[in-house]
Design a protein around this ligand. Sequence first.
Ligand code: SF4
Length: 191
Amino acid sequence: MNNFYKKLIIDLVDTPKSFALLIIVLIALVIVLDAITSVAKKKRLKTGLKESGIFETAFGSKPLPVKTYVSDMQGLSGRPDGLISENGFIIPIERKAFSKKVRDRYIAQLLVYMRLVEEFEGKKPPYGYLVLGKKNRLVKIYNNDDKQAWLSGLLGEMKSFVNESVDVKATPHKNKCKKCIVREDCEFREG
Ligand code: SF4
């Protein structure tokens, strides 16, 4: 497995080598993404920032109620940090309060949300927003065929790792392990 995918999987789920956990990741990819999001949300609460305030500030409008989307058809589920109505579309928002950089895994997460919004809201969002860092920098991520093809490739390759029983090795690090959602069950954890 190349380093990109190792890093993507590890960053998405802090995954252990456990094949069973990897299956869980692939069956319900965004459930895991939600777990990461919930860790980030706890951190956000510690900073005293409220999402609604952020979105009102950033977009000049009140957010729509956030939903959890579960798609059996796509084998995906997820809960964006925010949803807004803009230019006649429902637009998903993902906030990464502790990152200033746009990373591929953030884009992949947002593209998954755009797929889910399209299925459940009946209209394809032409873009979504990443809200980065403490200054809430807005980055518009366009939802075009090239990006969705890229996402399909990622998901397909991840599934192939499962189908081919590729061994995924843990890369423990005490800082990462400290906040890992599966640390209690991981024999490789550090710290
Ligand atoms: S506890 Fe550490 S080694 Fe184990 S899965 Fe989590 S981050 Fe990886």
